[in-house]
Design a protein around this ligand. Structure first.
Ligand SMILES: [Zn+2]
Ligand SMILES: [Zn+2]
Length: 441
């Protein structure tokens, strides 16, 4: 049965059924399996893989994804999919379906990391010091895969799918810029995924409510007075002051935060001095802080600044603190919509089997997908890649990071099914409402 067939089948059922339309109706549940079969077809799978490899060979950092963006537009052109470009510097928005509401969005991030790839393989990064070590190359390839599936079934779409190819996820807050550009106006829901090396191939996981933490970054310059290391009384030692600052910052989570409210403060940068016998003028420290609630993240921000300045003063040093709000905006917590969680479980369960749809514990990592969720209901989930028979997978942001390419069709088909079924269901709900309104007249 075509989509339209399903739509009318469900729609007519809904006119008589006292219960809301269930997305697990037999016809609808076939969409996921049909899409997965399509994505696994030799030529489609090979095409998705080849895109991922091309992007992997040419990694680009946040807001510099010009070639990646060009590749995306070339593929969209080939498929006859209309798009808008540029959005937020390098971003691309594709549109598939009726061009009319309802609108549902699928998102992929495009940026790489400033890292030298250490994996020796045929498609190793050709750009020294840059690497797709978080899997965003796979995300783009999977979203293009979903575009192919959806475009193939465009006649059956009951609304419009918006493909969001987003720049600068790794700290640059590309999602924030896209939201500010108004890309989510009229969009009812958005879905995003991330590859996950710690979860088995064929499984997906996520949760309802908070999934990933809010995060911020800070950098502080602690200034004293440099001098001879053997005559400390003539200097003001910023290294000792910075050391005390770091120890004091550890108290924010261990002594001030509610133990049941997960938080992190990590100092990941400590730079100062260059000789064994010289006390330097200043030291720079920096790090990140994480929490799940807005209140806690703002509290941490305020206390980090107070502790750095106050503790530096104890050691007779001055300190300035910079939160780099422009280049590295605060990321809100990634909080999944409850209704979309149930919906996701249905769709993913139909495709992979209910036992392969896992509930996961929240993580202290963060994602700028959260900016979309501040505006509309959104759902973010992880796609398992682990398969020990194919070798071990390094964690994200490692120079040894690898993608298990066999999961690419799953991600593409999941994206496509989530969007297609969402439109089908929304349209059916709206039609039922209209009929009810008509009855009341
Ligand atoms: Zn990352
Ligand atoms: Zn990532």
């Amino acid at each position: 049965m075509s989509f339209s067939g399903w739509f009318f089948f469900i729609f007519s059922l809904s006119l008589f059924a006292p219960v809301p339309i269930s997305s697990s109706s037999e016809g609808v549940s076939n969409i996921a399996a049909e899409f997965l079969n399509y994505a696994k077809k030799g030529e489609v799978f090979d095409w998705i893989k080849s895109i991922r490899r091309k992007i992997h060979e040419h990694p680009e950092l946040g807001y510099e994804e010009f070639e990646t963006s060009k590749l995306i537009r070339t593929e969209l052109d080939k498929m006859g999919i209309s798009y808008k470009y540029p959005v937020a510097v390098t971003g691309v928005l594709g549109f598939i379906g009726t061009g009319k509401p309802p609108f549902v969005a699928l998102r992929a991030d495009m940026d790489a990391l400033p890292l030298q790839e250490m994996v020796e393989w045929e498609h190793k990064s050709k750009i020294p010091g840059k690497m797709h070590a978080c899997g965003h190359d796979a995300h783009v390839a999977m979203l293009l895969g979903a575009a192919k599936i959806l475009q193939e079934h465009r006649e059956d779409l009951q609304g419009t799918v918006v493909l969001v190819f987003q720049p600068a996820e790794e700290g640059g807050g590309g999602a924030k810029k896209l939201v500010e550009a108004g890309v989510l106006e009229n969009v009812k829901a958005i879905f995003g995924l991330h590859v996950y090396p710690d979860l088995n191939e064929g499984k997906v996981s996520s949760t309802s409510g908070p999934l990933l933490a809010a995060s911020g970054f800070f950098e502080a310059v602690i200034s004293g007075k440099g001098g001879h290391a053997a005559i400390p009384q003539h200097s003001i030692d910023p290294i000792l002051a910075a050391s005390n600052v770091i120890v004091s910052l550890q108290h924010l989570v261990s002594r001030e935060a509610d133990p049941l409210d997960s938080q992190v403060v990590t100092i990941a940068k400590f730079q100062g001095g260059g000789a064994f016998n010289v006390i330097p003028d200043s030291v720079t420290i920096g790090g990140t802080f994480r929490a799940f609630s807005k209140k806690s993240i703002l509290q941490l921000k305020q206390r980090i600044e107070e502790v750095i300045i106050g503790q530096a003063a104890v050691q007779r040093c001055n300190a300035t603190v910079n939160f780099h709000g422009n280049e590295k905006p605060f990321y809100p917590a990634t909080v999944n919509d409850e209704g979309l969680h149930e919906y996701f479980q249905d769709v993913a369960g139909d495709m992979l089997g209910v036992l392969n749809v896992k509930d996961m514990q929240p993580l202290m990592g963060s994602e700028d997908f959260s900016f979309y969720q501040e505006v509309i209901p959104g759902y973010f989930f992880f796609l398992g890649m682990k398969n020990e028979t194919k070798g071990e997978l390094a964690s994200g942001h490692s120079p040894f990071f690898k993608i298990n390419e066999d999961v690419l069709p799953i991600g593409a088909a999941l994206h496509a099914s989530l969007a297609a079924r969402y439109l089908l269901q929304t349209q059916a709900d709206t039609s039922t409402l209209n009929v009810k309104r008509h009855d009341e007249l």
